[in-house]
Design a protein around this ligand. Structure first.
Ligand SMILES: Nc1ncnc2c1ncn2[C@@H]1O[C@H](COP(=O)(O)OP(=O)(O)O)[C@@H](O)[C@H]1O
Ligand SMILES: [Mg+2]
Length: 409
């Protein structure tokens, strides 16, 4: 199922509802300037304190204001930042109650976008080289979280934030659970905003079966989707996806057959159906991922060296008239510099090697056309000097007076 189709119908309505708070002053101190985003429990606003300090206010949805569990969880999220000391955990500075009785947190304000929006900017997926440093921080942060005996339980691309300074942050800890006694109450209902990133045990609603392995599955799903642009499970409706989520994940190789097998193995193992078949902990997954990325880089560097050293064969061009219409149909692909280069083929897309060969063939055809065109012009000039005066004037007319050849895309 394509990600954009999920829940899109509600987005505009929710946005309008949350934007109604804009311009209001919270607790006589914070002016709400902009809606930054929202999740299952809260809406987050960019706010300015009366002393000019810029912060993010995370306000519990009005529908949950009398829900004691939801309030307790939000306060638990606030305390987490002091339990787990890792740069990927957002600092929580304060808390309070809005005039209409909703609990809110004051968070450090982050400039940037969620991993979901970031991938969307590049057509839904990003290259391994771009994902690798993000995954590196996620795994080191998740190791720190698990070592504090906390499980996040709703990891997904919307809960990963990439700042404009290049930092990676985890959001949405209000569904987190402490494995120590005395943690916050168990959340009722679905923990994730979409079933696409739910482990089979989470999709079944088996809370007692959830643990660090549940986060490992979701992390695998985040990496799967970021690299391939597809969800782990194939489904065309939300309810189909909910059902599929309780089943086995497909291999990343089914979507990206050319991706390095070590990378596929790391992600596939995180997505194993049985929890005992997954990585025993994030630290081990992290080590395996780092090694797999290093191996992929070595392989790709070797391939690039081979390509750049390949001898160029110069083929003599036959001087025959060229059909300009067929040249105009020739589309030389233009590489955009903004999206990072995609080095691994997704199913149904040409491989990188095939793309390089296509570009080389196109360039050779353009050179052939140019050489032939020059030869033709030379022979036209020769016949022009032999032509009678009127014909000679027509043939020697300036280029602007000649019919234009449509430009090539
Ligand atoms: N500190 C922050 N700075 C900027 N934007 C944020 C911040 N915290 C959250 N957001 C935005 O708000 C959205 C919802 O926040 P989140 O904490 O995930 O809420 P929930 O717990 O309800 O899912 C995020 O996806 C992100 O876009
Ligand atoms: Mg969230």
């Amino acid at each position: 199922m394509h990600k954009e189709e999920l829940g899109d119908t509600h987005v505009r309505r929710d946005r309008e509802r949350f934007e109604q708070r804009l311009g209001t002053i919270i607790d006589g101190r914070y002016r709400l300037d902009r809606l930054l985003g929202w999740g299952k429990t809260s809406a987050v606003y960019e706010a300015t304190h009366r002393n000019g300090f810029r912060a993010a206010l995370k306000i519990l949805h009005a529908s949950l204001r009398t829900n004691a569990d939801a309030c307790e969880r939000l306060l638990y999220e606030a305390s987490l930042a002091n339990v787990v000391t890792h740069p990927a955990i957002v600092r929580v500075l304060d808390d309070g109650i809005t005039e209409d009785g909703c609990l809110y947190l004051v968070l450090e304000h982050l400039d940037g976008q969620t991993l979901e929006s970031f991938c969307a900017r590049f057509g839904g997926y990003i290259d391994l080289e771009v994902l690798a440093p993000i995954a590196d921080v996620l795994m080191s942060a998740l190791t720190a979280i698990h070592e504090c005996a906390i499980v996040h339980r709703s990891l997904e691309p919307r809960n990963v934030f990439l700042t404009s300074d290049g930092e990676v942050k985890f959001l949405g800890f209000c569904t987190a659970k402490s494995l120590h006694a005395g943690g916050p109450p168990t959340v009722r209902g679905t923990l994730h905003e979409t079933p696409a990133f739910m482990s089979p045990e989470a999709a079944r609603g088996a809370r007692e079966e959830m643990g660090s392995w549940t986060d490992i599955w979701s992390l695998g799903a985040i990496l799967f989707t970021a690299l391939s642009g597809e969800h782990v499970h194939i489904a065309s409706t939300e309810s189909e996806l909910s059902t599929a989520s309780t089943g086995r994940a497909r291999s990343l190789a089914a979507v990206m057959p050319d991706l390095d097998t070590e990378i596929i193995h790391v992600i596939d193992r995180a997505l194993a159906f049985e929890k005992d078949a997954r990585w025993p902990n994030v630290r081990m997954m992290h080590t395996a991922f780092t090694q797999a990325v290093a191996a992929a880089r070595t392989r790709s560097a070797r391939w690039h060296t081979l390509v750049s050293r390949a001898p160029v064969e110069i083929v003599p061009v036959e001087m025959t008239p060229v059909d300009t219409a067929s040249i105009d149909q020739l589309k030389v692909p233009i590489m955009m510099t903004d999206p990072p280069p995609q080095t691994h083929r997704r199913k149904g897309h040409p491989s990188r090697r095939a793309q390089v060969l296509a570009v080389a063939a196109a360039v050779a055809a353009v050179i052939a056309a140019t050489v032939t065109g020059r030869a033709m012009r030379a022979s036209e000039t020769r016949s022009a000097s032999a032509a009678p005066p009127r014909e000679r004037a027509a043939l020697q007319a300036p280029p602007s007076a000649m019919p234009r050849t449509p430009s090539r895309r």
